[in-house]
Design a protein around this ligand. Structure first.
Ligand code: ZN
Length: 181
């Protein structure tokens, strides 16, 4: 077993256990791990499998924000590089939601290239969810606001990775066609 495979298996197990009771907000209530798997896959495809830490961070990126996992725990299990990547894409939950979303737009351009890649994969996966299984309580206006916000964050990630940017654009265009943004 290579180091990369071991790392991937560990991160998958950690994420599956931490998010075990969570489901996506969409009407089909997919298990949360589906989102994490998709983000990890997009990163694996974009890097040709060459950045094992980033691919593992894709599995772990919501663990601090959405579970009882701590940064110290992720650092102890997975090392400082992966912990730093997860920290870069983790919002401060003590800040109100609307302000957090605004700060993401404001600060994303200052993040590292790999954090931007992770953010692009995250946004793309979320757009696929909005396309295939939007939250039942989202009005057309709410969907359009989400699309505008996702576009603003992705604009801050320009230049990070051509494959991920193309994936985002394709998903965004399909959403915009469907929801009239
Ligand atoms: Zn996510």
């Amino acid at each position: 077993m290579t180091g990369a495979t071991l790392l991937f298996a560990k991160a998958l197990d950690f994420a599956a256990r931490k998010h075990v009771h969570q489901r996506r907000k969409g009407e089909s209530r997919e298990p949360y791990i589906n989102h994490l798997a998709q983000v990890s896959r997009l990163l694996a495809e974009a890097t040709g499998g060459r950045d094992a830490a980033l691919i593992a961070a894709g599995l772990l990126h919501d663990a601090i924000e959405d579970t009882d996992a701590t940064l110290a725990e992720i650092e102890a299990e997975f090392g400082s590089d992966i912990a730093a990547l997860v920290a870069e894409v983790t919002d401060d939950k003590s800040i109100p939601w609307v302000e957090r979303k605004r700060l993401q737009v404001k600060h994303v351009a200052t993040k590292s290239k790999r954090a931007k890649m992770l953010k692009l994969a995250d946004l793309t996966s979320n757009l696929h969810s909005v396309l295939e299984s939007p939250p039942a309580d989202w009005s057309p206006e709410r969907k359009r606001r989400y699309l505008a916000w996702a576009r603003a964050v992705a604009d801050g990630c320009r230049g990070a990775d051509a494959t991920l940017e193309e994936g985002f654009e394709a998903a965004w265009r399909r959403c915009a066609d469907k929801y009239g943004a």
